[in-house]
Design a binder for this molecule. Structure first.
Ligand code: FES
Length: 64
């Protein structure tokens, strides 16, 4: 059965910024870009860096 979990509050993430949240053992990266909200697995496909420790540049999340 699916459950909803509060991951963060919007006010805790600045525009064009990101935040890492771990829920039920999995890390997620949350990003805000000009009023749009994005969430994804906090893992870069290249060599596995945590994507949320990078930055937002233009319309992209940039790996650290
Ligand atoms: S780990 Fe290399 S680009 Fe992200």
């Amino acid at each position: 059965m699916s459950q909803w979990h509060e991951a963060t509050r919007v006010a805790q993430i600045g525009n064009r910024s990101r935040k890492t949240v771990t829920l039920t053992g999995a890390a997620g990266g949350f990003f805000i870009l000009d009023g749009a909200y994005f969430a994804r697995e906090d893992l870069c496909n290249h060599i596995g860096s945590d994507l949320s420790s990078g930055r937002v540049a233009g319309e992209r999340a940039v790996c650290p």
